[in-house]
Design a protein around this ligand. Structure first.
Ligand SMILES: Nc1ncnc2c1ncn2[C@@H]1O[C@H](COP(=O)(O)OP(=O)(O)O)[C@@H](O)[C@H]1O
Ligand SMILES: [Mg+2]
Length: 386
């Protein structure tokens, strides 16, 4: 079957919803409000961008729903077949995994990462530990629990084993964060405690202390090999690494300022040139594909990277839900910034992500997928051609 035919069946047979993060202070979202270990954002605007794009592509009545206590009932009431997760969770620990966990339990397929992948990517210390195990480059770090109390965070065997005589500077940040929220530059070890205190109080969760990398900063996105370019699908030989950019810093800016405080305008990112910047683009692409393969990923992530003083490139983090805002004349989205260099429009990207999941759901037999029985008549695995 051709991928277009599969999509046509999906258009006429599936009810879709895009889910954003409900606000714990709104009535009917949670039972007991808790601390947010990960800085909260609703992501509703981007959820609407995704829903509108799917409707533009011929899907009708795409619902936009808040993650919260009534989500399961709403999905049942609207007879939703497939959910696009555009949420970082509502509250609590490992919030990025809450919505995929709920959908796994309900038996509703989704676009997004599994609970395990979402958690291990969103927990920077787990991601970095796995990188170290796979000899993928990442800055040395240690983790401090929130109950470390009054003890000096530098006064431990583990801290000494990690940093030895390294005097700083350091970066102190939550293990699960977003958009540079609660990220601190700390010049020297004797100033660490104040920053660690702040992060622990803010999040009630683990705090990461990391060597500061003083060099240039970059980002690249990576997804599976099925992509749509100018409306036409094809399958690449490897994962698709795209939109390699450098973040443009202002003088004296050490930590990239949060997009909540300073929106990411087109001047804040420099799209890397395949010729002029070939070495770094190749290196970033290789790292991105290695991460995609090693972590057994099956959907989009964006990797943040930064250079050490000697120019070596290190992985800062992998974002399991990169910003997919439809770019405007003024506001950029890092993942969408260089799509045209790869022959994709914003619609092409959304449909590539969607089609990839649809094909996975009709091919992989994780038990009988409720989707495959709607889209495919025969019990045999579907061979989808591009
Ligand atoms: N080890 C580091 N060295 C230098 N800068 C860092 C380091 N870790 C984080 N930063 C800065 O802080 C920003 C946010 O950190 P990051 O790890 O990407 O988390 P998040 O984007 O989830 O807040 C980065 O974009 C970078 O500017
Ligand atoms: Mg980041």
């Amino acid at each position: 079957m051709k991928i277009e035919e599969l999509l046509e069946r999906a258009r006429t047979r599936l009810n879709l919803a895009v889910v954003y993060a409900g606000n714990k202070t709104d009535p009917g979202i949670v039972i007991h409000p808790q601390k947010n270990s990960r800085d909260w954002k609703s992501y509703k605007l981007v959820a609407e961008n995704i829903a509108q794009t799917l409707e533009h592509e011929g899907f009708s009545g795409v619902a936009v729903l808040a993650e919260g206590r009534d989500l399961a009932a709403e999905l049942a009431r609207l007879k939703i077949d497939l959910v696009w997760l555009n949420t970082g969770g509502v509250q609590g620990i490992d919030p990025m995994a809450h919505a995929p966990s709920l959908l796994e339990m309900l038996g509703i397929p989704y676009v997004g990462h599994s609970p395990l992948s979402a958690s291990l990517l969103d927990n920077k210390h787990v991601f970095k530990s796995m990188c170290l195990a796979a000899a993928l480059p990442t800055a040395r770090f240690t983790v401090i629990p929130p109950e470390y109390e009054e003890i000096d965070p530098t006064d431990s065997e583990r801290f000494r084993a990690t940093f030895g005589n390294y005097p700083g500077p350091f970066v102190v940040k939550p293990v699960t964060g977003r958009a540079s929220k609660n990220v601190h530059f700390v010049e020297s070890a004797d100033r660490l405690k104040a920053a660690v205190d702040k992060v622990c109080q803010q999040t009630g969760h683990l705090c990461l202390v990391e060597e500061f990398l003083p060099g240039d900063e970059f980002a690249i996105s990576v997804m599976g090999p099925l992509i749509r370019q100018a409306g036409k699908f094809s399958t690449l030989t490897d994962a698709f690494a795209f939109s390699a950019v450098q973040r443009v810093f202002e003088p004296l800016e050490k930590i990239f300022t949060s997009m909540d405080e300073k929106p990411i305008t087109h001047e804040r990112i420099r799209i890397l040139d395949g010729q002029h910047d070939r070495d770094v683009v190749d290196r970033m692409g290789r790292l991105a594909r290695e991460v995609f393969g090693y972590f057994n990923l099956d959907s989009l992530v964006r990797l943040d990277m930064r250079r050490a003083a000697n120019g070596d490139l290190f992985l800062l983090e992998a974002n399991p839900k990169p910003d997919l805002r439809r770019p405007t004349d003024t506001i950029a989205s890092i993942t969408c910034s260089a799509l045209d260099h790869h022959g994709l429009s914003y619609q092409d990207l959304i449909m590539s992500i969607f089609a990839e999941r649809l094909v996975q759901l009709t091919q992989i037999s994780r038990g009988e997928s409720p989707i495959s029985s709607k889209l495919v008549e025969s019990a045999a695995p579907l061979a989808v051609a591009t």
